[in-house]
Ligand binder design. Structure first.
Ligand SMILES: [Zn+2]
Length: 348
């Protein structure tokens, strides 16, 4: 289920809660799943979400997590993909996927799924490669410059026709008008009237922007739907993060870093990148460079001098410079004005 306008997507599944917890994002109504930041592992739970309380993620997350998943081992596959979405979507590769349950131990959990994973790993990686190639082609990522002057949607269609991706649309059930299902309690059929509908449209209980609900136990089919959703949305673009290389959705042209986090309290590239470019930017400000050099000189001077006045003047100059930096950071003075002040007051 997708909501284009609010940039959200919703899903239901059974997941094994091993090393994970529910994550409540402030502007989300429903939780998502996230890895615990500490290593402590207690009992292995499982949970099933349903239409009344689905999991809620940012628009496009499922597709991106699949692209970014590390399928090299069972453990990495769990930590980057299956812990969020469960194993039940693997039916096309393995007929009797064991249901999520209360596992008594880590060993038991591994025993249940690891051998199955090893059997299907190659097919999973092939599917990932097929989908990634499409995205690289559509958005010219990872040095793929082919058909650069064509629209992503045109390239998407060319790719899916050429590779017959339509075959991944045959094991999916689509339920229309179930979008209201998760708020059925708020919609009383007996008293429904245009007046009530208007209220519900305003307060968001009825949301006609929600998509139909897609049901499938085939990963490929879910990917097909997600890919179509992204490809047909002109407002977004997929990029590779300049810091970690992961695929992410960008709605602004200037965005370079992803905000993908798997763990609780994980620092995203966006935050790290912003801090780095802030430091870089500051290093190139002439007034700051001048201050640094002058600071070293005056510090030595103050240290060597026996004159209390010199030490006092140094301290005084430092705190005045601090005020100037504050003004510069608040954009009250320009870069030039900062430099001028630094030059004029270098010996005061
Ligand atoms: Zn990144």
């Amino acid at each position: 289920m997708v909501n284009k306008e609010k940039r959200k997507e919703f899903y239901t599944t059974s997941v094994v809660l091993y090393k994970t917890i529910f994550n409540h994002v402030s502007n989300n109504k429903f939780p998502s799943i996230i890895l615990k930041s500490d290593e402590h592992i207690g009992e292995i739970y499982f949970t099933s979400s349903n239409l009344n309380s689905p999991f809620e993620e940012k628009y496009g997350t499922f597709l991106l997590k699949f692209f970014n998943a590390n399928f090299s081992s069972f453990e990495t596959a769990y930590n980057t993909f299956f812990c969020f979405y469960g194993f039940s979507i693997l039916e096309e590769f393995y007929k009797d996927i064991p249901k999520a349950q209360l596992f008594k131990s880590t060993e038991y959990f591994y025993e249940t799924y690891e051998s199955i994973y090893i059997k299907i790993k190659r097919k999973l990686k092939e599917l990932q490669y097929l989908m990634k190639r499409c995205i690289d082609y559509m958005y010219n990522i990872n040095n793929n410059l082919e058909d650069k002057n064509y629209l992503p949607f045109e390239k998407y269609l060319a790719y899916i026709i050429e590779n017959n991706l339509f075959k991944y649309s045959t094991n999916i059930d689509i339920f229309y008008y179930q979008q209201f299902a998760h708020d059925t309690l708020n919609i009383a059929v007996e008293s429904i009237a245009p007046k009530i509908v208007r209220e519900h449209l305003e307060n968001g209980i009825i949301d006609v922007n929600d998509s139909p609900v897609f049901h499938t136990s085939y990963l490929s089919n879910l990917l097909y739907v997600s890919l179509l959703e992204i490809a047909s949305n002109k407002d977004i673009k997929i990029k590779a993060c300049k810091n970690c290389g992961k695929y992410f959705i960008s709605s602004k042209n200037t965005e370079k870093y992803c905000d993908i986090a798997y763990y609780q309290n994980e620092q995203t590239c966006k935050i790290i990148g912003a801090t780095n470019s802030y430091i870089k930017k500051r290093k190139s400000v002439e007034g700051i460079k001048f201050y640094r050099n002058n600071y070293q000189r005056r510090l030595m001077q103050a240290k060597r001098s026996d004159d209390e006045q010199v030490k006092l003047a140094f301290e005084n100059w430092k705190s005045l410079a601090k005020v100037k930096f504050k003004e510069f950071n608040n954009k009250e003075i320009s870069e030039n004005e900062l430099l001028e002040w630094m030059v004029e007051n270098k010996d005061n």
